[in-house]
Ligand binder design. Sequence first.
Ligand code: NDP
Length: 257
Amino acid sequence: METLKGKTAVVTGSSRSIGRGIAERLAARGALVAVHYATNATAAQDVVEAIGKAGGRAFAFGTELGHEGDAERFWAEFDVQRRAFSDDGDTGVDILVNNAAVALRDHFQDATVADFDRMVAVNIRAPFFIVQHALDRLRDGGRVINISSAVTRLGLPEVIAYGATKGALDSFSRILAKELGSRGITVNVVAPGYVDTDSNADWLRHDKDAWEETAAKSVFGRVGEPEDIGDAVAFLASDAGRWITGQHIDASGGTRM
Ligand code: NDP
């Protein structure tokens, strides 16, 4: 079902993992998808090719987030690659998914200012200013979908600073929903639980016991896949999601309910 035909979507951090799952799901529903990456251009190109093979449309663009002026550079690079993709002159955006984040694992007593500042810069400052710098290009009736985390509910001590940045993203999203409502733009949060991604590979993917313990935390008895999150985002992005805004959608497979 091509429910997103004619729409342009931008997904930050979609060269791998959950972002890739979101990009592929949006493209499968007909959106033109801008696949954003930090440094891994090859992985982003793989996503673009996979989308193309499946009959969708996508292009890649790279900008490392978390540095001064990143939002401006992000959109400048988007414009360059969007124009290279097609000379139709359209640099508007209908769906903006803020997915890229860094999750540095630290207990409270081990947390450092450097790690804290990095997570703040990538996980909340970058999405904040990416949206601010997109106000003119974001079309009325559009969507902003911010990828948070179930950690804001679960309260995991080993990711205390990361959890704090996601709490800030949740709060920002709720206020932004009020700010953009008059334009028919919805703003929502999707909060994954445990998902099999590169960021979890070291402690989850390669450890059978950790995998089984983690799977048992979901009422469905399995670890999440990027596509599980992609489908939740695709629903919110579609016209069927038009009356839902300012919401925090738990997409954790009922983790620790
Ligand atoms: P991964 O670490 O597996 O992938 C990260 C993606 O973001 C890559 O595309 C990477 O680009 C990009 N990225 C990373 N840092 C930057 C940066 N500084 N600037 C720009 N892009 C960057 O992430 P996940 O898929 O695990 O997580 C995706 C989202 O889901 C995050 O918001 C995370 O907090 C959230 N989440 C994840 C959970 C999980 O279990 N995995 C659970 C709950 C929430 P490149 O390829 O170039 O490196």
